[in-house]
Design a protein around this ligand. Sequence first.
Ligand SMILES: [Zn+2]
Ligand SMILES: [Zn+2]
Length: 348
Amino acid sequence: MPGVVLADGDLLVTVELATVCGSDVHTVQGHRSAATPLVLGHEYVGRVHSLQGEPRTVDGVRLREGDRVVWSIMASCRACDRCMKGLPQKCRALLKYGHERIGGRWELNGGFATHVHLRAGTAIVKVDDSLPAEVLAPATCGTATAWAAVDRADDIVDVDDAIVLVLGAGLIGLTASAMAADRGARVIVADLDPVRRELALRFGAVSAVDPRDPDQLSEAVVRAGGAEVDVVIEASGSRAAVVSALETVGVGGVVVLVGSVFATPSVAVDPELVVRNLVTVRGVHNYRPRDLAGAVNYLHRRSTTYPFAELTGDRYPLSQLDDALAAAARGEAVRVAVDPTAGATSGR
Ligand SMILES: [Zn+2]
Ligand SMILES: [Zn+2]
């Protein structure tokens, strides 16, 4: 891609490693629509190659060439009504990495590439050299979304000492489990896959249950010393799980929906139950800049307490991107990595 032009506040980043998110797979399989041609990939870590003007991190630190960084899945205008009311993730002029059609002087706009062109208005966080790229790359989608889910639940119910049920032990569910456990919650994870349930027990869950057997959940709640579920984080996107989240949450509880990022048939809500049980239902999509900073800070503190590095399996070079996407679709590892430095020719 010759002649990349950086506008004021833009950066060019060299990608160190990217990981395949479930939504990349959904796009390739045709479950989500996307304008083509595009460069997929929105979980990544890299180094600042060059920059224009004075781009800064979320914390206001001026960025320099060579800084190791992760950057938000999106760039926001910081001026529209939604940006002004604290919802930059829903900006009227939102640009999303790995989601936009190539063009308009923005060609390097996805993570499965040697370089990414970061636009002004992207939340950027500096990261330590000590953290493995496998741990950092998912921060910009899965880890930051998990952080946002736990944090938005905590707005409603003190997660400290709550009974938290996490539905779906993918990257978001496992990470949310660890984060909630660290805040003092007793976490129960439900997943259909016994391997994922085993993994959940290593990510802070006190119990891992099969969602097809409701008795397992009630027993787990009792074992955890609780009377009912205070927080449900629905991270699977399965319609059945959403139904069960709404049925399971206790009085005064909160259901945080994060997994439903593709179309499913609608779900009936019993309004009387919502009213009488004082239930809150919240949606979390994308995340705010401070959620990315929170997620990265969390990984700096806790990435070795839980086996985050084990969540990323094989690394594929860019030339085998199709194989990487196929491996991700098979779900053998929670994440599959794409390494643009493997066998890549140097590019500017
Ligand atoms: Zn994603
Ligand atoms: Zn905006």
